[in-house]
Design a protein around this ligand. Structure first.
Ligand code: FES
Length: 154
């Protein structure tokens, strides 16, 4: 049964008449046209759908939308844009830290979350932060280079 759910996404409040158990990812992509978060495994395992909720990473593919009510959801779009990318987005662009790019949403969100709690992580901490974000292309070397550039901008 549907009911109104208030979601605060990228600083804007949205009141949506939805089935509360609908995965947050579907609401973000289908109702709010925020296509940064991607559908990968749908099981909480790959990280393609990662968003920030109150600054913490969350897998939006298996999170009922109603559980994000009254919390601050940030998607890739909320970090920056083509004209004004965030420092992490700029680092990934500079290092061309991707191949197909499908995993990048999760990588950038995970790096952003780490840098907010630890502005100067070492490589071990960065690897740990990205440990559960999968890249099927095998672009891990470029991704790590971009992530460490974000941690120590030139
Ligand atoms: Fe959500 Fe894979 S799509 S973790």
């Amino acid at each position: 049964m549907t009911r109104p759910v208030t979601l605060r996404v990228n600083g804007r409040a949205h009141v949506l008449e939805i089935e509360p158990q609908t995965p947050l990812l579907f609401i973000l992509r289908n109702d709010l046209a925020l296509n940064g978060p991607k559908y990968g495994c749908g099981l909480g395992e790959c990280g393609a759908c990662t968003v920030l909720i109150d600054g913490m990473t969350a897998r939006s593919c298996c999170l009922p939308a109603a559980l994000a009510e009254d919390r601050e959801v940030t998607t890739l779009e909320g970090l920056g844009n083509m004209e004004a990318p965030s420092a992490v987005q700029a680092a990934f662009i500079a290092e061309q830290g991707a191949q197909c790019g499908y995993c990048l949403n999760g990588m950038i969100i995970a790096v952003t979350a780490l840098l907010r709690r630890d502005p100067h992580p070492d490589e071990t901490a960065m690897r740990e932060a990205l440990r559960y974000n999968l890249c099927r292309c095998g672009a891990h070397v470029e991704i790590m280079r971009a992530a460490m550039r974000a941690a120590a901008p030139l």
